[in-house]
Write a protein that binds this ligand. Sequence first.
Ligand SMILES: Nc1ncnc2c1ncn2[C@@H]1O[C@H](COP(=O)(O)OP(=O)(O)OP(=O)(O)O)[C@@H](O)[C@H]1O
Ligand SMILES: O=C(O)c1ccc[n+]([C@@H]2O[C@H](COP(=O)([O-])O)[C@@H](O)[C@H]2O)c1
Length: 199
Amino acid sequence: MRVALFGTSADPPTAGHQKILSWLSERYDWVAVWAADNPFKSHQTPLEHRAAMLQLLIANIDAPRHNIALEQELSSFRTLETVEKAKLIWGEDAELTMIIGSDLLSQLPRWYRIEDLLQEVQLLIVPRPGYAIDESSSEVVQKLGGKIAIASLTGLDVSSTAYREHGDSQALTAPVVAYINREHLYECQDVHKKRYQLR
Ligand SMILES: Nc1ncnc2c1ncn2[C@@H]1O[C@H](COP(=O)(O)OP(=O)(O)OP(=O)(O)O)[C@@H](O)[C@H]1O
Ligand SMILES: O=C(O)c1ccc[n+]([C@@H]2O[C@H](COP(=O)([O-])O)[C@@H](O)[C@H]2O)c1
């Protein structure tokens, strides 16, 4: 069993996350995704809302294999703990692949007990516009034990930050936008959003 593990702050989840999930669903037996609190970031929206938006994002994917699931019980501050939980769910023999965008490669050495984590998973890097995969970062991660593969897909040029800071709702999918409006999330960015909607 080949399981793709994809954790995201989902603050909010974007069309970029959706494209990655769709791509993964064609290549892995099971795609597990969860909304997480990131120890290196502050978040603007409570975790329950971020998980709910992620569920909407997944429901909106036409995945013929029906193999993408919100596995919110995997959520942890520390991905090593997530992987321990994943092993309990899918067993010691499952091949676990951790998915990250190329923007995270340089910070990976600072993750909690990274060498132990890299013993447990394969690593798949998704190229992200503006974040070239540089050799020195790859080498550092490989020296820590990382087994790196590069995905044959380029992420969309969107980000959660672009939505939060500039109201770029092009970055989002319609069901997520509807949820945000219904729940009055990200309202401190309303000025930007209104400007965007008037265009
Ligand atoms: N467009 C994208 N292309 C490639 N990787 C992406 C893309 N969007 C997100 N990722 C990856 O998905 C994971 C979750 O990303 P995250 O939820 O932090 O999104 P983000 O857009 O980077 O958010 P923020 O702008 O708040 O930092 C990370 O590994 C990130 O590198
Ligand atoms: O384990 C860690 O130390 C660690 C440090 C930073 C980020 N992570 C995880 O990395 C994933 C992507 O985070 P983010 O904020 O870029 O979406 C998410 O599952 C986080 O919990 C994990």
